[in-house]
Ligand binder design. Structure first.
Ligand code: ATP
Ligand code: MG
Length: 394
């Protein structure tokens, strides 16, 4: 008798006619993420996904932790298996819920019956198991209206299962239901978070990184690959596109007015990212930009930056405070990597007095000395692709 994992669907339950499609995508993500951990039987019933190990020696806690990162799930919980007699169910509840029962002031039992031929009703099971629990833990009182702890009993075909409060799932929508976007991924704190936020809406992400060797080191590139690996825990496999950016930066430095360095550079990033998007059928660009954070993130500067692309530029962090971004970065597990002190290409040629309220015409004029088309083509042709699988060392 093996413990199982129950995963409750999130926003999918609100979907109408195409609910099946979202469910199938969620099942796909779940199966893909479980594959390296062992053999499981996975099935879906009434907005719950049941995950049952089919072999011994599987680390179920690791599987639970992997499942809390699957987009589309509202909650995840490990449940203990037992025989389907009232005595076995009560005994399992007494043993398995011991810690939670000892620390809660009040509790109730809730029962779900998938096996409709089971001789007791859900209410009868709850009353019986609840009575036995109350006797075993006399200091925890029964409260059916507002209990601190809910003990769940699920009666399925072959076994019954007992579980307590679930862990929060990653939320959002299943990967692959929202199309594809190109995300501009630096080694900073912000862009891994913006990538995660749009990925959570079901979007398959293609990370693009602008790499200025030797001004930025191999370590800076490795950092971006490591960050991507953390993100694959949520999004599944991704292929990072590494764009050679040195020539563009030195051309800008040598030929353009210093006050426009950053803006011109950012416009090149957008053009190249759009090129990558077009090659891959992606329909939007994603950045970690945040209003007012730096000179290149004023409304005027953002306007100049996005003027070179016809694709929507998604900036999920636009209205966040830095503190909120840091909190999210910690939660998803990218913060520590992001704060490793390697140079980013943006910091290499930072102007001393950047324009904070640039006009598009002035930036166009400033960059007109460059052969933009050729520089973009050369960068696109020089792209290096690195495929990253979840859980694999890079
Ligand atoms: P981050 O913490 O994500 O680096 P930031 O606050 O440092 O963001 P900028 O350096 O101005 O802001 O960059 C703004 C956005 O441009 C980043 O969030 C990222 O999406 C993109 N970007 C910046 N540098 C790079 C790079 N080297 N490669 C890919 N994208 C980049
Ligand atoms: Mg940065």
């Amino acid at each position: 008798m093996r413990d199982i994992i129950l995963l409750k669907q999130g926003e999918i339950v609100l979907k109408g006619l195409n609910k099946r499609y979202f469910e199938q995508k969620l099942l796909q993500s779940v199966k893909r993420r479980l594959a390296p951990l062992g053999a499981f039987r996975v099935d879906c019933l009434q907005s719950t996904i049941y995950i049952e190990p089919e072999e011994d020696g599987i680390d179920l806690d690791e599987a639970v932790s992997a499942m809390t990162k699957v987009f589309g799930a509202a909650s995840v919980v490990r449940a203990a298996a037992c025989g389907k007699t009232p005595g076995e169910m009560a005994q399992k509840a007494i043993d398995y819920m011991r810690e939670a029962m000892l620390s809660a002031k009040s509790f109730k039992v809730e029962t779900k019956r998938a096996d409709k031929s089971f001789p007791m009703t859900s209410i009868q099971v709850s009353q019986y198991v609840g009575g036995e629990l109350a006797e075993a833990y006399p200091d925890t009182r029964v409260d059916v209206h507002d209990p601190e702890l809910t003990v769940h009993v699920e009666v399925r075909e072959t076994h019954a299962y007992i579980h307590g409060s679930p862990l929060p799932g990653a939320g959002g929508l299943p990967t692959g239901t929202g199309g594809t976007a190109v995300t501009l991924l630096s080694g900073g704190i912000d862009s891994p978070v913006s990538t995660w936020m749009i990925a959570r809406r079901g979007v398959h992400m293609i990370p693009v990184h602008f790499f200025s060797f030797p001004y930025t080191s191999e370590l800076a590139k490795q950092k971006v690959l490591d960050l991507t690996k953390v993100l694959t825990g949520y999004c599944g496999r991704m292929t990072v596109e590494i764009v050679p950016f040195t020539r563009i930066q030195t051309e800008i430095r040598d030929k353009c007015p210093e006050e426009y360095f950053t803006l011109i550079m950012r416009r090149f990033m957008m053009r190249i990212a759009q090129g990558v998007a077009d090659r891959n059928g992606a329909k939007a660009l994603v950045t970690g930009e945040n209003l007012g954070q730096v000179a290149s993130q004023t409304m005027e500067a953002l306007g100049c930056t996005e003027a070179v692309t016809r694709l929507p530029v998604l900036r999920p962090l636009i209205g966040f405070d830095k503190e909120e971004i840091v909190r999210l970065a910690r939660k998803i597990g990218t913060f520590e990597l992001s704060t490793l002190p390697y140079e980013d290409c943006c910091t290499v040629f930072t102007p001393r007095h950047p324009r904070t309220k640039p006009r598009v015409e002035a930036v166009e004029e400033a960059e007109s000395v460059l052969n933009i088309e050729e520089l973009v083509r050369e960068a696109l042709d020089g792209i290096e692709r690195v495929r990253i699988e979840p859980g694999e060392d890079v």
